[in-house]
Design a protein. Structure first.
Length: 389
């Protein structure tokens, strides 16, 4: 496997590649992950093994544009040294995309590309701070490299359609959404009282927003809080997460403007081992999701974590959210942008203990049956069998 960027900072390697790799090891495969850690150079040069998977972090020697080209070549040479039977490169852009193109053109080794985001024009290019030259390069990589390789694994139905639009034959695309493992989050041993006592919430109902802030309009999310508060005045809100471009501070300022500061607890980034306590304390989680191409393409891992924790979620019916949530069974779906229906749905759950318990249980069961890493990896192996046959 060839990673798109470093193990830490972003989530693709540790939250998507690693679980699939570990599941493949359990099935008898030998899996090596080669990582060009451009966005976290201090990881460079390290070699480690974790749960049977070998990780090779390519060394980065300098911070310059030419280093990208050198890093591509070092990545290619490392992959060659491992004599793989198959190469699975994650993301068709950057170093991993170029390595995939090289091996497709200049070796007989089967190559699979994974795509988990709409990276080019219309997608991440729209919100990135990349130069226009880099945006054009990434757009062209995303458009043409999947046509070269032998097969494509895709994380969302929208990306599946994107690949078809780029002339990738449907039989070469394999749907591989993000999954979860049963032991990743377990709130049975968590203590909700820690959160309630620390924040001095008492027995008030708690609505959780677990977020990175950029998937929706911040003022609209705060307006949702206001509408919920109108129906349940004693509701307390916990916000877990931090945006990378100052969104956390913008959200907090809007909370202050709307007079919600006394009942909204901005926790910022919370280390993973402490998340179960916050999940256990929450009565309902909200998942706002604007109807944009970027969001339709995403496969939101945070949603799967909330459902795995057994929290009843109310989410906007956009893209993959409706793949995970069965309305009124494993969560509640509301039309995107319908603020009042969103607030009414949350209020109804807060008033119905039995419904919350039923939906929370069904949410966890759905993730562990339909979206376990074992089930997801079945599709990965189908892609491998396709290219090796």
């Amino acid at each position: 496997m060839v990673a798109p960027f470093a193990y830490s900072v972003k989530g693709t390697v540790r939250a998507r590649m690693a679980p699939i790799a570990e599941e493949l090891v359990l099935r008898g495969h030998s899996v090596h992950i080669v990582i060009p850690p451009w966005d976290n150079p201090q990881e460079g040069g390290k070699t480690q093994q974790n749960n049977g998977v070998m990780y090779y972090h390519i060394d980065i020697k300098e911070d310059s544009p030419i280093e990208h080209l050198k890093l591509i070549w070092r990545t290619i040479k490392k992959v060659q040294s491992l004599s793989p039977d198959l190469i699975h490169a994650y993301k068709p852009i950057g170093e991993s995309g170029m390595a995939a193109a090289y091996f497709t053109l200049f070796s007989k080794c089967p190559v699979v590309i994974d795509t988990d985001d709409w990276e080019g024009d219309g997608g991440q290019n729209k919100r990135s701070q990349r130069s226009r030259l880099v945006q054009i390069l990434l757009h062209l990589q995303e458009k043409f490299i999947p046509r070269l390789v032998d097969s494509v694994t895709i994380a969302s139905r929208t990306l599946e359609t994107q690949m078809w639009g780029y002339k990738v034959p449907p039989e070469q695309t394999f749907y591989v959404p993000n999954g979860q493992a049963s032991d990743r989050i377990n709130i049975n041993g968590a203590d909700s009282n820690i959160v309630r006592q620390t924040l001095k919430i008492g027995d008030a109902p708690i609505v959780l927003l677990y977020t990175r802030f950029f998937e929706y309009d911040l003022k609209r999310a705060v307006d949702l809080f206001v509408r919920i508060k109108d129906q349940h005045p004693n509701t307390e809100f916990i916000v877990v997460g931090k945006g990378k471009d100052g969104e956390h501070d913008e959200f907090a300022a809007e909370i202050e403007t709307r007079n919600l500061a006394d009942s909204t607890h901005m926790m910022g980034w919370v280390v993973f081992k402490e998340l179960p306590n916050y999940f256990a304390a929450a009565d309902v989680a909200v998942y706002p999701f604007a109807d944009t191409l970027i969001n339709r393409s995403k496969c939101p891992a945070k949603l799967t974590e909330l459902m795995l924790a057994g929290i009843p979620v109310v989410g906007e019916d956009v893209g993959q959210i409706s793949e995970y949530i069965e309305h009124d069974v494993s969560g509640l779906l509301v039309p995107s942008g319908d603020q009042q229906t969103f607030a009414d749905s949350v209020a109804a759950l807060l008033a119905d203990d039995t419904k919350r318990e039923s939906i929370g249980k069904s949410a966890r069961d759905r993730i562990l049956t339909e979206f376990s890493w074992s089930s997801v990896t079945d599709s990965v192996e189908q892609a491998y069998k396709y290219v090796t046959n």
